[in-house]
Write a protein that binds this ligand. Structure first.
Ligand code: OAD
Length: 255
């Protein structure tokens, strides 16, 4: 079994599942070289203060600093590619009748790995919106001013991501919550399970009777409530799990 020992209960549950939801967080992109937020040495919040960079108040205080921080992260993302964990989730989507990813990540790596049903709970760093109008802006003129200005109202543009003190896209969260309540298997992958309301999704799944599986090198507040805790990096464990559930059909997955 590729060196990984999964319980037959788990492998059979994945193979037989008809509705699967995966909640993903920064950890699934770690092996692509995208830093997480809360890992002690390498996480973004060990070097930067969220209240200076990821709140509407921070943007109002220092829009240039915030715009440039996101521009730096966007530039780094252009250099990374999806890893085996992202590819394994795309493979599960091809095998399971109803499958959905609810991601807290803004990096677009699930879509680049071939996943189709992806709900972006915290937005997408490659999109831009107007700070005052709160509506998407696809084109603007580069005058050298940072941040650039909204072509409609002249206000500042900002990344289309969800900051602290902001609400999640209502429709996306409602869909994720409904799917979690109705699924038979829920995967929580690479998230510290600390930030609500995303962190409520595995609990909704459990309340709905789903098997909850957590994949993470570290335990989290969810671990004690998960039915299975697979300790380790998702880039190794997810492909191994897919190969265990569907031997032979997933040879194309990287090892
Ligand atoms: P965190 O940085 O809080 O947690 C990342 C998790 O990934 C940790 O539990 C790590 O142990 C785990 N991890 C690290 N390497 C991994 C690997 N190779 N495979 C699997 N797991 C690994 O990131 P999130 O839970 O995504 O929001 O954080 C949630 C939200 O808080 C983010 O969307 C962001 C952040 O502040 C905003 O910016 C609004």
């Amino acid at each position: 079994m590729n060196g990984e020992q999964f319980s037959s209960e788990l492998v059979n549950a994945l193979r037989g599942a008809t509705r699967v939801v995966a909640l993903t967080g920064a950890g699934i992109s770690a092996e692509s070289g995208v830093p997480t937020f809360r890992d002690a040495q390498t996480g973004l919040w060990s070097k930067f203060r969220p209240e200076e960079l990821a709140t509407p108040e921070a943007f109002q205080r220092n829009p240039k600093l915030v715009w440039e921080w996101y521009a730096m992260r966007r530039a780094r993302l252009r250099e990374v590619v999806p890893n085996a964990g992202h590819l394994a989730l795309a493979e599960i989507e091809r095998r399971v009748p109803t499958f959905l990813i609810a991601t807290q990540n803004v990096d677009g790596l699930h879509q680049r790995a071939g996943s189709r049903q992806v709900l972006e709970l915290h937005g997408n760093i490659t999109r831009t919106k107007c700070f005052s109008e709160d509506s998407p802006v696809a084109e603007w003129s580069e005058t050298g001013e940072v941040p650039p200005r909204c072509p409609r109202c002249g206000g500042f543009l900002r990344p289309d991501v969800v900051w602290f003190n902001e609400t999640l896209p209502e429709e996306a969260f409602a869909q994720a919550d409904a799917a979690s309540r109705a699924c038979d298997l829920f995967l929580s992958v690479g998230t510290s399970a600390l930030v609500y309301p995303a962190a409520s999704l595995p609990l909704s799944a459990k309340a709905g009777g789903a098997m909850v599986v957590e994949i993470n090198p570290e335990s989290t507040p969810l671990t004690a409530r998960a039915d299975h805790f697979l300790r380790g990096p998702s880039g190794r464990l997810l492909p191994a799990l897919v190969r265990a559930a569907w031997p032979g059909v997933s040879e194309q997955l990287p090892r």
